[in-house]
Design a protein around this ligand. Sequence first.
Ligand SMILES: [Zn+2]
Ligand SMILES: [Zn+2]
Length: 760
Amino acid sequence: MSGPRAAAMAGPDASLVEVALPLPVRRLFTYRVPGPAPAVGTRVQVPFRNRTLTGWVLGPGKDVAGMRDVLAVLDSRPSVGGELLDLARWIAEYYVAPVGMVLRAMLPAPATAAPRRRLVARVVRPIGTLAELEGVFGRAQRQREAFERLLEAGGRQAVAALAEQGFSRSVVRGLEAKGLIRVAGEVVLRDPFREEPVEKGDAPTPTAGQRGVLRRMVGMLGRGGGTFLLHGVTSSGKTLVYIELIRSVLRRGEGALMLVPEIALTPQTVARFRRAFGDLVAVLHSGLSDGERFDAWTQLRSGEKRIAIGARSAVFAPVSALGVVVVDEEHDGSYKQSESPRYSARDVAVVRAGRAGAVCLLGSATPSLESWANAQGGKYTLLELPDRVGGGVLPEVRIVDLRSRGKPDSGAARPPSPNSASGASGPPTPPVHVISPPLLDALRQRVGRSEQTILLLNRRGYASLALCRSCGDITECTHCSVSMTLHRGRRRMICHHCGHTARPPRQCARCGSTELSFRGLGTEQVERIVLESLPGTRVARMDMDTTGGKWSHRDILARVESGAVDILVGTQMIAKGLDFHRVTLVGVINADIGLHLPDFRSCERTFQLLSQVAGRAGRGHLRGEVIIQTYVPDHYVVRAAVAHDYHGFVERELSARTDPRYPPCVRMARILVSSPAQSAALSGAESLAVWLRGRTRSRPEILGPAPAPIEKLHGRFRWHLLLRGRASEVGRALNAVADDFRSPGAGIRISLDRDPLHLM
Ligand SMILES: [Zn+2]
Ligand SMILES: [Zn+2]
């Protein structure tokens, strides 16, 4: 066998490379490539078993038996650079994930579609005076008009845009022939925000407080950076601090990375950044097509765009000369990825900024306990903005004690009759546990004064469970151990965990009784009750059911902004970052949802949600009011939210986490063992626990196995172990499981979650 190709492969001109593949195994694979080895970070296409995969070259390979050849080298320059590759390695190590999976999560899918091109006419000889125009164009009036339009448009315009204005190709050719313009093809970079109008407005001037915190951070630019935690009450002007800090970074010729929890929910923040920085901003979010994302990356890497703004995965954006990383609403749960690699974008942001010597700024009105503890321990620098801007005051918070107003959910089983237009006595009175009389009065006042209201209920759907009145059976999802939620508009029962849908039951599946009661209030029902009790009111609902489309969040928010909505009903989606000056009332329908979940963060999450939604009220010159309905008015979470007392809350919550110990008082990881068979999940978890205990000699501490609170999900039974100890101990144990533990049976899946956000 001595064909020229085979000879080249086997000869001294071939190189061996180690390739990371996006597979759930923590090892690299050696391949042969003709000629010199491609640079580290280059993508290659390789055969793997009987498939073709795309992987990344990570270094020189070792000679091994059965080595195969690289099929194609995909990049002329590495697709991932030194800084990001180091970060990928850190993530793979810390979160115990295969580096190939990390790289796949980091990088945008390669653009499959060829870049679009368009013809652009550009003025090359501008003529301004009237006499000159007369001389050049004479009777060619259309040419003259086209030319003048071009000048008005800044000297360049797409030929297609000229055609839309009625100028034919022959007019354009005439201008070209006169040597006035040149027409050339240009690659169109896809930027979905480019067409969005950018309103001009005067940038506000920072207050003394804002200038103070800015000085602290600007002083560290170019001097090794550092991590800052900015605790600013709602409406204290954190966004302006971000903008001014980034301005300082740009002046130094550096770039910025700005993370927001969910970009679709924060169109106002994005708009402010585009207003401040125009085309220097690349907006990254999950609604982008592969091509759009690829283009944004290209522009960031080339330095054409200097600021990346986006949600979780934007933490990997290739901003060149990184000077600052900002994480807005740093406490938000969406920064943690729920699939492998289960990284926290906030924590990755801190690491990335630290390695680049950049400033990292974490901002929140309700910082996570982790970040607060880091600031108290001196790891981060704490900065505070205790006042609202413009002399605004925090809204007054009132409690409505639902205990005195009927049992939970007792009225939720109302027969789904059309609204009671039958009686002449006016609109029906809403069930008091849904909208109590004080809340109803406040709503009426706001509608009367053309002010707006936000109503929060953190549960979507119409009724969250169907209960049999005879035997007490609850209709559960066939794949999960959770109740199905009734969605009245869609006439379906839906599982909120796996998406399974079914027809609403007419009778109990267990005893056959037709006495079913639909309980557990959801946003869909609140919307209906509000419409019935306040006829003529303009109500909009924002939750996952109403925001399926790419721009539907933005459309709903635009209607609120324009004043076309009186009452916005929604889930936690409406608690985040919204800034509407005519919202003077926030009503929380039931503050207790989520408070009693068997999860150590349930109090923290509830406090954050209540504080954040309360912060939506009274952001303009009108004073705001908040009404919180609850069955536990004396709970410390509710009391702290009423008093706007973040410091009091963290003190209490931190001490609660010292015994038993929970983060941030200890480091934690969760190992979840799942299987379609209940017995296999249990025995798998037990054998893993025995194996791990035999290796770790009580460090870290191993708790369990125990069934997960949601014992069955997506058709799999779930048992878990919790590890508690120092970071190094937890890391060592997880690495041992990933590298050495042999799964005890087919169908058993083991997932590792370091610094877990949920234990459900
Ligand atoms: Zn029954
Ligand atoms: Zn389900």
